[in-house]
Design a binder for this molecule. Structure first.
Ligand code: CU
Length: 217
């Protein structure tokens, strides 16, 4: 797999315009930060403000993405032991909802290692519109990790049925860890109405923007 980690500070196109607030300025602005914290009952964090100040580069780090369901975690491969991977997980019973998905949503996990800023599809929480699902619909979420870090992606309120090749015996998960340069998908039955958080479970990633709202109504 070809990986390219570009650590050279670069300038994001939005920062070159020279007019209007940058994403960092918007994220740092009192209004949007306060809304973010209030919406999800988070305490104000100086970490968020400090990191957001450097927000102007969403340069991706990986050139290609691939299926890594059978790949053990970093440092666990080839050490003479058998390692449990996502490909090994198989539900004990067939899933409750066997319908194919009505719609598909694709999310690139994006960020900048050097400046430590993160988001979905190159945008922070305040820039991304909520994902809207109709109550009862079946959807596929595709996660593509464009960064060089693992991101444990957690969807509240709804099960994430990992598509790991076990068909109707897909494992039901709360959090799906996405390895660097990995492409992974899961199915969702939108069976519970509400505003649900969808975010990286490394809280310092979540706080710097890797967060979306999923609305089921
Ligand atoms: Cu993350």
């Amino acid at each position: 797999m070809a990986l390219n980690c570009d650590r050279t500070p670069t300038t994001h196109s939005r920062c070159q315009r020279g007019s209007g607030p940058t994403p960092a300025e918007r994220l740092c602005s009192k209004g949007s930060l306060a809304r973010f914290l209030r919406a999800f009952r988070l305490r104000p964090s100086s970490l968020l403000r400090d990191r957001a100040k450097n927000l102007c580069d969403y340069r991706n780090s990986s050139e290609t993405t691939t299926d890594r369901l059978s790949t053990p975690g970093e440092g666990l491969d080839g050490n003479g032991r058998r390692v449990l991977t996502y490909a090994n997980l198989r539900a004990r019973y067939p899933g409750a909802d066997q319908r194919p998905p009505d719609r598909e949503f694709e999310f690139h996990l994006t960020g900048n290692m050097e400046r430590f800023i993160w988001g979905f599809n190159g945008k922070t929480f305040s820039e991304n519109a909520p994902v809207r699902l109709k109550l009862g619909e079946r959807a596929r979420f595709v996660l593509i990790n464009d960064t060089m870090m693992e991101h444990p992606i957690h969807l509240h309120g709804l099960w994430s049925e990992l598509e790991n090749g076990n068909q109707e015996f897909r494992p039901y998960k709360h959090t799906i860890n996405v390895k660097p340069a990995e492409r992974v998908s899961f199915l969702v039955s939108a069976d519970t109405p509400g505003h649900w958080a969808f975010h990286c479970h490394l809280f310092y990633h979540m706080e710097s923007g890797m967060f979306l709202t999923v609305i089921v109504s």
